[in-house]
Write a protein that binds this ligand. Sequence first.
Ligand code: N01
Length: 541
Amino acid sequence: MSQAQASPVRTVKAYDVVVVGAGFAGMYMLHRLRGLGFSARVYEQGGGVGGTWYWNRYPGARCDVESMQYSYSFSEELQQEWDWSERYAPQPEILNYANHVADRFDLRRDIQFDTRVERVAFDAHAKCWSVTTSDGETVEAQFIVLATGCLSNARKPDIKGLESFKGPVYHTGSWPHEPVDFTGQRVGLIGTGSSGIQSAPIIAEQARHLTVFQRTANFSIPARNAALTDEERNNFRNTYPEIRRFAREVARNGIFAEQPDRGALDDSDETRNGKYSARWERGGLTFMYVYNNLGLERSANDTAANFVRGKIAEIVKDPETAKLLQPNSHPIGTKRICIDTDYFATFNRPNVSLVDIKTNPIEEITANAVRVAGRDHQVDALVMATGFDAMTGSVAKIDISGPGGRTLNEKWAEGPRTYLGLMSAGFPNLFIITGPGSPSVLSNMIVSIEQHVDWIADCLVHMRRQGVATMEASGEAEDKWVAHVNEVAHGTLYPQANSWYMGANIPGKPRIFMPYIGGVGVYRRICDEVAAKGYEGFLLG
Ligand code: N01
């Protein structure tokens, strides 16, 4: 493919593949493409690699998947040589890791930083994409890989008066690179998802006063973060082959852990509470994997939700605050469960207050206060932990037009439609990594990223061998896949929550459960079968 594009009559640069984004997906995609002899250019809007971990620098930011598992598995040397310091890696350490990977595999020479891809248009005649970037350059590429991330389009809500606020306004998802010092300040924090729950305890330690504005109370499990010992690291390293295999093929969420073999109501109250207590003490995401039906049956789910509500009541001293912090709007786990360090205990501090903005929404933001129910809560700085236009937001920011000029945004106006989350019919040679319709955000992202990148790499090799120039999802295969994704989702409790999985956090966004909930092992087998059958459901031309 590369040779054909080196034609002397060309006036624009041409690549086999343009990759959008230099987070974990874009970096690994570049590494694979290079190894296979494809020419590739990566465009990254940030000033460095790392994606999510480049932007989310808010106080307390860390990954809720354990560090020994939230790491690449493609290089044995890499996974043996890198030392994670804690059970859950803090953001600066993950960013160091991303930089280490970029250096180790010499990735930077093919990444153009501080450059957004603004437009990609398919030229049906030339069978290639024309790519226009924010610096005005146009290049051509036979393939586009969107490695744009699922939670990368930070969203500041449209609250009346926000522009009149005189102090600084921060968003957790686009935090400044210089340290932010809240010492002596009154800080208002809006949003109680993972980002708000992680940052509140740290901001509270620094600020004169922290006011948390809560619209929806959230379930959170203690992280029980701790330094990793050499023994723990070595245990992992010595068993990596088995851990990685299990994460890829067996675990639904791409995380090695015991798999539940019974339902919550199969145990007596005493046994069940004992099991929940043990997991609460152990900490982390595996709380939701005590039983195999917590995401499926409301009565089972209620037992776990009641347990956590009870813990909140035990921790938070003021009964009214405790009641407000107890989630009641959704089954536990149907919004991404949070993992915290001292979140609920933070509300016992004298310098922290909680304001319910569910009953009385924020009326307006003034020059120095947030007004709720006629009362002004004075603040010097505002922190928006208000989330992202998830899964589709960063794709939608690129003007993508297919062969007949139809845009992807037009096609997805009623919700994203893909075949396997990898391609959307009508948009040939355009791949998406961890896109809607794939396990993606319901899994350990690095496991899903590696699977998608490897699948795409194999597919490009297949096309090169077969002399095939274009590949596209068929409309029929896509319709069947979308129906399957919906059917599986609606067999669970997930669609009951107003979550970002459902697009419910963005006014006007279609309400569709976007990720595939069938599990990473099942999904991988489906993708492998499709490939083994000569890319069944795809049109090769
Ligand atoms: O965002 P969110 P996040 N007025 O959308 C509230 C991953 N992540 O950045 O629930 C008032 O979850 C909103 O309220 P409601 C992880 O996958 C991982 O915290 O819509 N409030 C909610 O409370 C996570 O799920 C890690 O009623 C408004 C909050 O803002 C995902 O990123 C760490 C509002 C947004 O919560 C997103 O997490 C951080 C408004 N107008 C993130 N608009 C770890 O690995 C929104 N809200 C640990």
